[in-house]
Design a protein around this ligand. Structure first.
Ligand SMILES: NC(=O)c1ccc[n+]([C@@H]2O[C@H](COP(=O)([O-])OP(=O)(O)OC[C@H]3O[C@@H](n4cnc5c(N)ncnc54)[C@H](OP(=O)(O)O)[C@@H]3O)[C@@H](O)[C@H]2O)c1
Length: 291
């Protein structure tokens, strides 16, 4: 006899929500779906999902209700609308949002006796169900453990990182912040290289070792930031300045948008001017925190 899989409801069938629902259907979970615009359920129903006639019907159809809509406020609004229909369900909210959004939604759930976990998806819809994909969760360990096997259908690397739902949201935004910093630098570098006729692929092929070293350097900075100790014997912030000036002048020579590098110079020059030239790059976190 085949194993009975846990029923799941999926609220929100945009690009990501449809991928989540499909992963549950593919894994054999009885899957109830609801979307504000119900036409988006048609393809999923053809694949084996059941369309709920209303949000309330979707909320009461399964012991696990997965929500994936545009942002934390929209998600909270839908949960409030579902109200008592969630009385016998746990909610896993996979909608992006701030730490405050996640905590406010968790507080609403706690006040209404609804088990709650916030999850931060760290992949694109095509990555859902892949062994390499990551979703980090925050909130009730009891709720997470109750649904862990079901949630593991969505990503090979699902894990609870904190009892605080806001921390999971922060982990997601932390990755975004690092990602955009890296991507912006890559785009600037690409503009500079190609303006001089150098192929980006050729550059990248020779940059493997340095990029790996950069990744390792983050570990060094993290330890310094967590201890609040920034001094280094060599290669402190002051040594960055001439290289930043070179990068700026090269950009000017070929007419690049140099705004990103100007921000870098401003941050570093300010810290050096305040007497922190012998500190590591980690010192800049004080300036970011000060706003
Ligand atoms: N796509 C990605 O690569 C990706 C990656 C990681 C995380 N995420 C997160 O996943 C969530 C969904 O993203 P998505 O790419 O699926 O977005 P999307 O394709 O734009 O879908 C948005 C979903 O939210 C619903 N929605 C928006 N406003 C609503 C409202 N006022 N009331 C009810 N439903 C409403 C939409 O319903 P309608 O269909 O009726 O408009 C739709 O189901 C977001 O929080 C996003 O940040 C997405």
């Amino acid at each position: 006899m085949s194993e009975q899989k846990q029923p799941v409801s999926v609220v929100g069938l945009g690009d990501m929500g449809a991928a989540l629902a499909l992963a549950f259907v593919d894994a054999g979970h009885p899957t109830t779906v609801w979307n504000r615009t119900m036409e988006k359920a048609d393809r999923l129903v053809q694949m084996g999902a059941t369309a709920a006639p209303s949000l309330v019907a979707a909320a009461s159809a399964s012991p696990l209700v997965v929500v994936n809509v545009t942002g934390g406020e929209v998600a909270r609004g839908l949960l409030e609308r579902a109200g008592d229909a969630l009385a016998y369900s746990d909610v896993v909210n996979l909608s992006d949002g701030t730490a405050g959004d996640a905590r406010r939604t968790a507080a609403w759930a706690a006040a209404h006796g609804v088990g709650y976990v916030h999850g931060q998806i760290e992949t694109i819809p095509a990555g859902i169900g892949e062994p390499s994909s990551v979703i980090v969760y925050g909130g009730s360990a009891e709720v997470y453990e109750r649904h862990r096997t079901t949630l593991d259908v969505l990503a090979g690397n699902g894990r609870l990182v904190s009892g605080d739902p806001g921390t999971a949201a922060l982990f997601g935004m932390g990755i975004h912040s690092v990602m955009w910093g890296l991507l912006n630098g890559f785009v600037h570098a690409s503009g500079m290289l190609t303006a001089e006729g150098v192929e980006v692929g050729t550059f990248l092929a020779g940059a493997d070792v340095q990029l790996r070293q950069l990744h390792d350097f983050l570990g060094v900075l993290a330890a310094e930031i967590d201890k609040g100790e920034y001094a280094v014997p060599t290669s402190g912030l002051a040594t960055h300045l001439p290289s930043i000036e070179d990068l700026l002048r090269q950009g000017e020579d070929v007419g690049l948008d140099n705004e990103l590098v100007e921000v870098t110079r401003r941050w570093v020059a300010r810290a050096v001017g305040d007497g922190h030239g012998a500190d590591n790059y980690s010192r800049l976190v004080d300036y970011v925190r000060a706003g």
